[in-house]
Ligand binder design. Structure first.
Ligand code: C2E
Ligand code: MG
Ligand code: MG
Length: 562
């Protein structure tokens, strides 16, 4: 049955006149579509954003076909058809348009059919972009990131010197609160914290809610004489007071990252402010949370450098481990000084950064998981080299360093098994070195791995003994074949009789559980003389050779027999 259109005895010109007035105070685009003649009037702002030829559109269906997303066009034309035939008087659709710069834009289009004084069916309505983020936040009543960007960009362009500080505040444990106490509890805390910030800052200071649990304070207010550090302390105290009043039913703390140096504002954009304050806030959290960190340009540059190194490493790995090389350092018998093995030590050379120390690139690879493919590369290289050198020294062994990340995040045992089989070496030619740490006893995966290694006759060495955790008790449990005493501990023992006695006792104890000791970092004859009296089994140090390439190693130590 045909529905009767709303008969409005107004002229098209009158409608357009009214729409032009409303347009000035709105973000939406308005339109009047003459369904009888397929012509349309749209707002000037819509012409700017979408490929309408002008505000007067002839052949409207053809033009819309170009603007509406191809997958949505059919549905739209059916809906318009229903309006044109009088079957419906309301048009209400959410679908996609394509902007002049070829972006997909989600829109909500609403319209009402009216019949003009000259009996044309007109669809009159508005189009709103729904992908645009809301500018205000209903939870806290504050303005949101979109507004922050608009406001700060205006200040940064006109008068960056006016900004005293930008403070990004984050709740330290917001995820836990949401998970444990529910989303309402989370919203309450956001609301509470927002009030707390509003009460603390001068009334002319701007506050925004950014993503999830973060707020931004921008003090560009001429009347305010506040200092960022005082504001943070005050907010922190208020939060603690609120938590106490609620008898710790919802416990939380806040951290802050602050940008206040003038040079960090001049010539900057909102993205920069977001990035730099985010870095400072992360620093505060990294330093232990519940504190404020001032943006530190040097630390930020270091961070950028680490990112750039990580990127270069990633590219090199993809490029068949270009730039990586495994060096070998001799390990000798402490009594005969005969060569019995070598430690495989990774090297990485980059075009931009030159030779980078393992102390720098290993942690970067650990953070990013890149140590897993590179660790495999070292394992295979070392195993192949060991097999080759066993032609000269049949019981030669190679030590390979392992990272905890490899144990936790990869199937290390599978890799080791595969490597031994593929390369064809005896399992006991491989010694896996693991830095001593408190993890060893507490992580069941590590204990399981040790058990499996033992069953498969692969040896384990505890590396850097004496630098950290140094607990004798677990050495027996994990049946390490070797304990490697770190150079720093050896140096202390050389200078200090007490430490020397400690090392002697440790060596005796290690022997008593059937393990052997390798002393690392012996550089000079006099060091060797003294440390030998402590009775180590193996020695590794510059005195017997620095780490070098496989070719150099062969040249120096295996020349005659290979
Ligand atoms: P580490 O496993 O304790 O290796 C011994 C380090 O001491 C090596 O440093 C070696 O060059 C150095 N060294 C040996 N003898 C002497 C000496 O007489 N005097 C001095 N001053 N130093 C000596 P390098 O090659 O810089 O490696 C540092 C650390 O990087 C290694 O310590 C190890 O923890 C890590 N690393 C190296 N390669 C790898 C690898 O392939 N995988 C993993 N996960 N870590 C590795
Ligand atoms: Mg080592
Ligand atoms: Mg070591």
């Amino acid at each position: 049955m045909k529905e009767q259109g709303i008969r409005q005895r107004i002229s098209l010109e009158e409608i357009i006149e009214v729409l032009e007035i409303i347009q000035k105070a709105s973000d939406s685009y308005f339109y009047v579509l003459d369904l009888s003649y397929d012509i349309m009037m749209v707002s000037q702002s819509a012409v700017r954003r979408f490929a309408f030829p002008s505000v007067h559109v002839e052949n409207c269906s053809a033009v819309l076909k170009e603007i509406v997303h191809p997958d949505d066009y059919d549905e739209l034309s059916k809906d318009i058809e229903r309006c044109a035939s009088g079957k419906q008087t309301l048009h209400n659709m959410e679908y996609r348009w394509c902007s002049r710069d070829k972006q997909v834009v989600w829109i909500e289009c609403r319209g009402t059919v009216v019949i003009s004084d000259d009996n044309h069916y007109l669809l009159v309505g508005r189009v709103r972009e729904i992908g645009k983020k809301a500018k205000a936040d209903n939870v806290t009543g504050l303005r949101k990131e979109v507004r922050f960007r608009e406001d700060i960009d205006r200040i940064l362009t006109k008068n960056p010197q006016a900004i005293k500080y930008c403070m990004r505040i984050g709740i330290d444990n917001f995820k836990e609160i949401n998970e444990k106490d529910g989303l309402d509890a989370g919203d309450n805390i956001l609301h509470e914290l927002a009030d707390c910030i509003i009460e603390t800052v001068h009334s002319g200071v701007d506050i925004y809610r950014l993503v999830a649990d973060e707020f931004m304070i921008v003090d560009a207010c001429p009347e305010s004489t506040d200092k960022a550090a005082d504001i943070y302390q005050c907010i922190k105290r208020k939060v603690a007071e609120m938590v106490r009043k609620k008898e710790y039913t919802g416990f939380y703390t806040v951290s802050a990252g602050v940008l206040e140096q003038e040079e960090e504002f001049v010539g900057k954009k909102s993205e920069d402010i977001l990035r730099l304050t985010e870095f400072a806030l992360n620093e505060a959290k990294r330093n232990g949370r519940n504190q404020m960190a001032l943006f530190d340009r040097n630390a930020y540059n270091e961070y950028l450098k680490r990112l750039s190194i990580r990127k270069a490493i990633r590219l090199d790995i993809a490029n068949d481990f270009h730039g990586f090389q495994v060096f070998y350092q001799p390990i000798v018998d402490a009594n005969t000084y005969k060569l019995i093995g070598a430690e495989a030590l990774l090297r990485w050379k980059d075009e931009k950064y030159g030779n980078v120390s393992p102390a720098v690139f290993i942690p970067i690879m650990e953070e990013s998981g890149l140590i897993i493919p590179v660790g495999r590369y070292v394992l295979w290289e070392a195993a192949r080299t060991c097999k080759k050198w066993q032609k000269t020294i049949p019981d030669f062994h190679v030590n390979v360093n392992l990272s905890y990340v490899q144990i936790r995040k990869s199937d290390l045992m599978h890799d080791v098994d595969r490597c031994i089989k593929e390369v064809g070496i005896e399992p006991n030619s491989l010694v896996l070195e693991l830095t001593e740490s408190g993890y060893i006893e507490t992580d069941s995966r590590i204990m399981d791995l040790f058990q499996e290694l033992k069953e498969k006759n692969i040896s384990l060495a505890i590396d850097d003994f004496g630098t950290g955790y140094s607990n004798m008790r677990y050495l027996e449990d994990i049946s390490a074949k070797t304990v490697k005493i770190d150079r720093s501990f050896v140096l202390q023992a050389l200078e200090n009789e007490y430490d020397y006695t400690v090392i002697r006792y440790i060596i005796d104890m290690v022997h008593s559980i059937g393990s052997s000791v390798c002393m690392e970092g012996i550089e000079y004859e006099h060091e060797l003389e003294k440390m030998k009296r402590a009775n180590p089994d193996m020695i590794q140090g510059y005195l017997f050779g620095k780490p070098c390439s496989a070719e150099e190693f062969e040249e120096k130590y295996l020349k005659d027999s290979l």
